[in-house]
Design a protein around this ligand. Structure first.
Ligand code: GLY
Ligand code: MN
Length: 457
């Protein structure tokens, strides 16, 4: 948690940005995993954390902009809670620590909102992403499930603030990135043929745990790197394999790190592996080189994709003009995802508020295969924190589909591509802060080139 002033100032700024009405913040509750008392690890809603700092279940809050009131709704612990969970500061004490003086029992939230609705007040709420939020909006505001109409003014106010990281946030993110880097370095040292993927995942997650961090998302640790979000850890690593790791730490404050690396199972990469790996690195470096305020991230994406096309053209897998291939969408055979995303209190920061607002400034997204997965396209601004993670993937099902449909035959040599169909996938990922005149990598460096990986093997 930051100082009281941080939360007071953030709320004051949000009030200015939204202007009028009441802002409703629904915190997250505990959620039973296999029975009610055996819960998933608790995670507070990130927007609630950003404005109210309190990582506890069972809270809601209202900012009444028109009457300049800030209220936290929740219930003090009973003796039963204290018997099972131990002594804790009271809710009033917790609220004071973030500069909120008014605490009311949860039951009073419904009354307050009903009165406000009768008075015709504008009650702003954010998009839902948990069933409990949907049910609460139904109960509190009579908004039927599926009929939610989140407030665009509220979304924009939150997004514009959270997209610009302050020095104290950057310090937290950098700490998460340093632990994340150690997770990857440990994995790069650990991988050996004969190990199970889950043993490498355990090494990675052990580094997070021993640094008092949790995971910012479920660990990807796979010999099938062509599957973008592969959470299966049951394969044995064989000689000649590559292991793709995508893993990150989350600090107790909630701030995330997110990095990827691709490791040879043997001491060194084969020449065939290196030929694709070098294309990924060239694409990665081309993207990093462009990072600066004012540069549309969609241009960075197109450049990184064109570098991949040019590299694959040198290998005979693609043909034609690389930039034209990207404009047409042919690159998505090998790079069917985005180049990167905002990162902060969420690993994909504020994805629950809508990518169009976070990554596109309200402009519509493309629907083209590949490009539609670009989470960030808008011009970069100082204070943005984002990931750079181009990849080169050979997805047999996609190859068969496009070949069968005769797609992009001007740009893809399917006969040559067939020789690579079982290659797998390569991704490396780093985290960057946009500065006043460029960008700065966050966290210590993890190996990027084949030589750097091999030096740790
Ligand atoms: N780290 C997973 C992702 O960025 O999608
Ligand atoms: Mn990522």
């Amino acid at each position: 948690m930051f100082s009281k002033e941080t939360y007071v100032n953030r709320r004051a700024e949000l009030k200015k940005r939204v202007g009028s009405g009441m802002l409703l913040f629904l915190g997250n509750d505990d959620c039973g995993c296999n029975y009610a008392d055996n819960t998933y690890p608790y995670r507070q809603d990130s927007t609630f954390l950003y404005y109210f700092g309190l990582p506890f279940a069972g809270l809601s809050a209202v900012i009444d902009i028109d009457n300049d009131r800030e209220i936290i709704f929740g219930d003090e612990l009973t003796i039963d809670h204290i018997v099972w969970m131990g002594t804790q500061p009271t809710l009033h004490e917790k609220a004071h620590s973030v500069g909120v003086d008014t605490v009311l029992p949860s039951a009073e939230l419904a009354d307050m909102l009903e009165k406000a609705r009768k008075e015709g007040r504008n009650i702003h709420y954010l998009p839902t992403y948990r069933a409990e939020h949907v049910l609460k909006l139904w109960k509190l505001l009579d908004v039927k499930p599926g009929a939610e109409q989140p407030s665009i003014d509220f979304i924009r106010g939150v997004v514009d603030m959270r997209n610009h990281k302050t020095p104290e946030e950057i310090e937290e993110i950098e700490k998460a990135c340093n632990v994340t880097a150690d997770m990857h370095i440990a994995a790069i040292r650990a991988v050996r043929p004969g190990m199970n993927e889950y043993e490498v995942a355990a090494v990675i997650e052990g580094v997070a745990a021993s640094n008092n961090c949790s995971l910012s998302f479920p660990t990807i640790c796979t010999v099938n790197g062509q599957t973008l979000h592969n959470h299966y850890h049951g394969n044995v690593i064989k000689p000649g394999d590559m292991v793709l790791i995508d893993a990150g730490a989350e600090r107790p404050s909630g701030y995330a790190g997110d990095m990827s690396s691709t490791i040879c199972a043997d001491r060194t990469f084969t020449p065939r592996q290196k030929s694709i790996y070098d294309i990924q690195v060239a694409s990665h470096l081309a993207a990093v080189d462009m990072l600066a305020p004012g540069v549309p991230f969609v241009d960075v994406y197109e450049r990184s994709a064109a570098v991949i096309c040019a590299g694959l053209k040198d290998l005979g897998i693609m043909k034609g003009d690389p930039l034209e291939a990207v404009k047409a969408g042919a690159h998505a055979m090998f790079f069917p995802c985005g180049l990167g995303h905002m990162m902060g209190l969420d690993v994909h920061d504020m994805e629950n508020l809508g990518e169009v607002w976070v990554g596109y400034g309200g402009k519509p997204k493309s629907t083209q295969f590949g490009r539609k997965s670009l989470r960030l396209a808008r011009p970069l601004e100082e204070g943005f924190v984002l990931t750079i993670e181009p990849g080169v993937y050979f997805i047999p099902e996609l190859i068969d589909l496009w070949k069968g449909e005769g797609l992009f035959t001007d740009f893809i040599d399917y006969r040559e591509l067939d020789k690579w169909r079982d290659f797998g996938g390569i991704r490396n990922e780093e985290d960057y802060l946009i500065t006043s005149d460029g960008a700065r990598r966050l966290g210590k460096k993890i190996p990027l080139t084949t030589e750097e990986v091999e030096a740790l093997r």
